[in-house]
Design a protein around this ligand. Structure first.
Ligand code: HAH
Length: 333
């Protein structure tokens, strides 16, 4: 259990925005005290995704998700829902034999059931995840959703979510939002949705960044640009990898001290920037709790160790943690 003298992020940021973590039911069993003390918001890392919560037609598996909901309630934490419409981790049955009207019917039933079950408990939903392409001039990713329903699947999903829970904050969520071309494509999408009366409230910048990049100014540009559309912004899946993109050659077995320090410095700079934009930034969520539990130990390279988060495998705070606490202290002065 963690030393009580260590500061708590949820307190340090209480006046600014909630600090969240993505968790599984297993993470809650392993680090209950650490999570309850440090964080004021939770996201289910996997168990609310389509394939987990709705694995077969007419068959829902709610227990793992319910466990996270209960933990959040017991500890007065906010809860984000992730995610309703995505091209990954969606079971094949959803698309099998479906024409436009059948797929809309399945989507409708899924959203009504899942959003309906957690109405009043989940305050924000990632309604659509990663619908924009990384490269090329084509804005929309070529997914089954697009192929079968057509491009209005996005606005349809938002309308269905709003209808089921009028109070939930509805997000479009994506990664590489600092890349200029992709940012512009997302901007255009959100603008179009707003203009056509689609109930979208916020944009989630996933925040899968690294110790090296992208530059803080590019992240800042994204926040400012999306906020200019009148939507809120959250960082929904933050982690800072030790490796550069496409850098598959290097593999550390222990975390180099120098990189732990530059990670701390960068986390601090990033949070100082978030704090300058706290009118627009309504939450920051880390994609995991301890380094050993991070998805980045398996992605994009299998069995390559990474140290992207704030706590080591024993739940002890790293320099990165202290960097973020000191960012909050510099604001108070
Ligand atoms: C995210 N995709 C997903 O939103 C989340 O649900 C998952 O658990 C992990 C990461 C990010 C992503 C990426 O950074 C690169 C390629 C594909 C997807």
């Amino acid at each position: 259990m963690q030393n009580k003298e260590v500061a708590a992020l949820r307190d340090a940021y209480a006046r600014h925005f909630p600090i969240g973590a993505a968790v599984s039911p297993e993470t809650l069993d392993r680090h209950p005290d650490l999570i309850a003390r440090q964080f004021s918001s939770l996201t289910a890392e996997n168990v609310m995704k389509f394939e987990e919560i709705h694995p077969a037609e007419g068959a829902y598996r709610f227990e793992p998700a319910d466990k996270i909901v209960k933990f959040a309630e017991d500890h007065r934490m906010k809860l984000r829902g992730h995610t309703l419409v995505w091209h990954n981790q969606t079971p094949d049955w959803v698309f099998e034999g479906a024409d436009r009207s059948l797929l809309i019917q399945r989507l409708e039933e899924h959203i009504a059931t899942v959003v309906g079950r957690y109405k009043g408990k989940i305050h924000a939903w990632d309604v659509v995840n990663e619908a924009i392409t990384d490269q090329g001039s084509e804005p929309l990713r070529d997914t089954q959703w697009l192929k079968i329903i057509g491009k209005d699947y996005i606005s349809l999903a938002f309308h269905l979510a709003r209808k089921t829970d009028p109070d939930a904050v509805l997000f479009y969520n994506d990664y590489n939002t600092e890349n200029r071309e992709k940012r512009q494509k997302i901007f255009n999408l959100v603008k179009e949705l707003k203009e056509s009366g689609t109930p979208i409230d916020a944009v989630g910048l996933q925040g899968h960044w690294s110790v090296e990049g992208p530059p803080v100014e590019e992240i800042e540009n994204s926040i400012v640009q999306f906020a200019s559309l009148g939507v809120k912004v959250q960082i929904t899946e933050l982690d800072l990898s030790f490796y550069r993109e496409n850098d598959d050659e290097i593999r550390y077995t222990e975390p180099p001290q120098e990189l732990l320090e530059s990670q701390a410095k960068r986390y601090r700079e990033i949070f100082e920037m978030f704090l300058r934009h706290k009118d627009a930034v309504t939450g920051v969520t880390f994609w995991g709790v301890t380094d050993d539990g991070s998805w980045l130990n398996h992605f994009p390279v299998r069995h390559r160790k990474n140290w992207p988060l704030l706590f080591d495998e024993n739940g002890e705070p790293k320099s990165a943690f202290r960097g973020i606490v000191s960012a909050s202290e510099s604001v108070r002065k």
